[in-house]
Design a protein around this ligand. Structure first.
Ligand code: DON
Length: 565
């Protein structure tokens, strides 16, 4: 296609399909000038703010927020799950900690297949066999040991109090507890703190004394309060009685890992993001490199032309996710190639600006191997300028639905993030291959993308979201909303999102947020569009050039909150 024809096509799309979005600068989130916490629950954000106002740093506040979320947001907040932390100290040094779950020692490659070699639906999703060895407590303890400033015990007190004395549940927790009531009974075969006669209602009090005891053990003994002693024994009893695979050796062996964050640039902004075993950072950086070939500022926010180009970028990056990414401690990942400018300019040069490329015709890129449906995110910036972004998860809502008897916490179902069989999609429709097959002690591939963006040597954004496979595209679109479309963080968070992940060959759009004429234009370009519920729950921070801090909670998609001053 000639350059002139491309230009005509783009101009046509811009004129016909631009659903103009007025960028209202007054639409900002919570403003402050010293510190900010944004999380999926107001009690967690408030508790984090209290720690900051008591002189704690962002790492201290992260510990408190994480453990409070485990009490007040049990859908995803956890001690029985895992996650990733990206951070940047006020002196400019950045780092990351991987506290992703691991496959138990007794796990086997074909553990979710029947005798005919087919995946048994649900086996990696619900019940004891779905559980990976939890990493959260080790992760938060390790992070605090190196970077925290207030005593560990003080940081856990708000969570202990909330579990012991109870908290008033909000509408979304009431709804989700009712939705999963039967699953809780089916898996646990007993009443627990999370079930009751009759339905849960907003305003009910949820008390979990077993969880309070567990948190008290962690408060007193740190990591060992979870991985050793009576809590560990309860976890092992639960696993053994439910025919799960986790043993005391698994718990003893679990260690979170410091990993070098991935970094890259987009229009003079430095992006600091998560390395494998999260696919998030690689895929995000690839998509940002692909975006440099286009002028989205000119083609406009969420116009057909822009969305078309972004879908084509997303589709191509996700093909590499499926093909090359897994746990770097087990498989060789051609990171240098995947992130090289030469590779990506070649990869994205096949984008046709006036026609969708069928996913079936996109093969994995030719790389050179160089030797050598619930999660939660929170963002914190402290008064000294330390920034922490943590995305943590049980995987599905309430994970495997297994509640450790006598200890009161949910166990994850993270084993579903492995490829149970090459090419067979997981719960997010993601496929992968041998690189992400199950092996003892291996970490399952993730999409979690906690990210910090720097400009001129200063923290500019702290970003992240849940959403399974849509995490990476939501983070990508939010970054472009700020850099290319000059939005406030609240506008960037609120903005309608869409998602393509290569396979299935569909593009998902948040329902009721995109004009029909726009979707029709994309269909004409060859995209298969599909409407779906909310994409992402972004909890983000933006720092303006004058030092104003904006905390933007994704209040239109979830009952989250910013707290700061
Ligand atoms: O690690 C991952 O990519 C998934 N376990 C995340 C799950 C998730 O975000 C579900 N939330 N909506």
């Amino acid at each position: 296609m000639t350059a002139r024809l491309v230009l005509i096509t783009l101009s046509f799309l811009m004129v016909c399909c631009h659903a103009p979005q007025s960028i209202n600068k007054s639409n900002k989130g919570l403003l402050g000038n010293q510190c900010m916490v944004v999380s999926a629950h107001e009690l967690a954000s408030e508790a984090g703010k209290q720690i900051l106002s008591q002189g704690g740093n962002a790492f201290d506040a992260a510990v408190t927020v994480h453990f409070v979320l485990a009490v007040v947001y049990p859908q995803a907040g956890n001690i029985g799950g895992g996650g990733f932390a990206i951070f940047r100290e006020s002196n400019g040094t950045s780092g990351s900690l991987d506290f992703r779950e691991k496959a138990p020692l007794q796990a086997t490659k074909n553990m979710y297949l029947n005798d005919d070699g087919n995946v048994i639906p649900g086996k990696s999703l619900m019940g004891h066999l779905a559980v990976g060895v939890p990493g959260s407590v080790d992760g938060l303890f390790t992070l605090h040991k190196k970077y925290g400033s207030l005593p560990w015990s003080q940081l856990l007190q708000p969570a202990v109090d909330l579990a012991e004395n109870g908290h008033t549940i909000n509408e979304s927790l009431a709804k989700e507890l009712n939705r999963f009531h039967d699953d809780f009974l089916e898996v646990n075969k007993r009443q627990t703190a999370y079930t009751k006669d009759g339905v849960w209602k907003k305003g009910d009090t949820l008390i979990n004394t077993n969880l309070a005891k567990t948190l008290t053990a962690i408060q007193a003994q740190g990591r060992d309060g979870f991985y050793m002693g009576w809590v560990a024994q309860k976890l092992i009893n639960e696993s053994t009685n439910g025919h799960g695979l986790i043993t005391m050796t698994d718990l003893n062996l679990y260690k979170s890992k410091w990993r070098k964050p991935l970094t890259g640039f987009y229009k003079k902004h430095q992006i600091i993001t998560m390395a494998p075993p999260s696919a998030g950072g690689v895929t995000l950086l690839q998509m940002l490199q692909g975006s440099e070939q286009f002028d989205f500022q000119k083609s406009g926010h969420n116009t057909a032309a822009t969305i078309h180009q972004m879908i084509e970028i997303e589709r191509r990056a996700y093909a590499d996710r499926a093909t090359y990414l897994g746990d770097p401690d087990f498989v060789k990942i051609p990171l240098d190639s995947l992130l090289s400018r030469a590779y990506n300019s070649q990869k994205f040069s096949s984008i046709n600006t006036s026609q969708a490329t069928p996913s079936s015709s996109i093969k994995k890129g030719q790389v050179e191997v160089i030797e050598s449906m619930e999660t939660t995110h929170f963002s914190i910036l402290d008064t000294q300028g330390n920034a922490v972004a943590i995305t943590t998860t049980l995987n599905s809502y309430f994970g495997s639905k297994v509640i450790v008897e006598g200890a009161g916490f949910f166990l994850n179902n993270e084993m579903d993030d492995f490829s149970a069989q090459s090419g067979v999609p997981n719960q997010f429709g993601l496929i992968s291959t041998e690189v992400n097959s199950i092996q003892p002690e291996k970490r399952m591939l993730s999409s979690m993308t906690p990210t910090i963006v720097e400009k001129d040597g200063q923290v500019k954004m702290i970003i992240g979201t849940p959403g399974g496979s849509t995490i990476i595209t939501s983070v990508y679109q939010t970054i472009l909303n700020i850099i290319d479309h000059n939005m406030t963080m609240q506008e960037a968070v609120n903005a309608p999102k869409f998602h393509s992940q290569w396979l299935p060959d569909k593009v998902y759009f948040e329902k009721e947020k995109f004009a029909k004429s726009l979707l029709d234009s994309l269909t004409k370009l060859g995209h298969q569009t599909q409407l779906r519920a909310a994409i992402g729950k972004l909890e983000c921070i933006l720092v303006y050039d004058d030092g104003t801090i904006e905390g933007a909670a994704d209040v239109t998609r979830n009952e989250s909150a910013a707290a700061g001053f």
